[in-house]
Design a protein around this ligand. Structure first.
Ligand code: DQA
Length: 147
């Protein structure tokens, strides 16, 4: 099984960026933790961070037929990128939406996710643990599919 983890804009700054909201864990810490967990589970792991919408669209398109599940923190793109939503809707790979913060208890403009209708489900509010909860969900989806 293969999992693709996509991180959107400004997530390269995790650890330094508004730590009272996003915590002190860096993106490298998160990716290393996910990589370790995946290797224990015999899952191939790839991760991409980009500040560019088009790079993420390209990665989503290319994932079709290559990955069994996508975990995506689209960051600010969550709230307005119809391009990311359309890309996720165009492929057969199931996707899980992740946020470190609980977007529903923050500013009004963060309450709405344009990608939520095209993913399996959304996990938010657990800090960096949100990614690990998503990995657990991904395993359930992938192995349920396999029967
Ligand atoms: C975020 C929440 C978004 O609203 C914000 O723009 C981010 C990070 C999160 O992980 O909590 O950049 O996706």
């Amino acid at each position: 099984k293969k999992i693709l983890v996509l991180h959107g804009p400004n997530l390269n700054l995790l650890g330094k960026r508004e730590p009272h909201i996003y915590g002190s864990t860096t993106l490298d810490d998160i990716n290393e933790g996910l990589r370790k967990k995946c290797s224990e589970l015999g899952i191939l792991f790839e991760s991409v961070q980009s500040n560019y919408e088009g790079v993420l669209v390209d990665k989503i398109q290319a994932a079709d037929g290559d990955y069994n599940c996508i975990i995506i923190n689209a960051a600010a793109f969550t709230h307005y990128s119809i391009a990311l939503r359309d890309a996720l809707a165009a492929i057969r790979v199931p996707a899980i939406e992740v946020h470190l913060s609980n977007i529903h208890k923050r500013e009004e403009f963060r309450h709405h996710s344009v990608i939520a209708p095209v993913v399996v489900g959304q996990i938010c509010g657990f800090g960096s643990d949100s990614y690990f909860v998503a990995l657990e969900a991904a395993c359930r989806i992938m192995y349920r599919e396999a029967g």
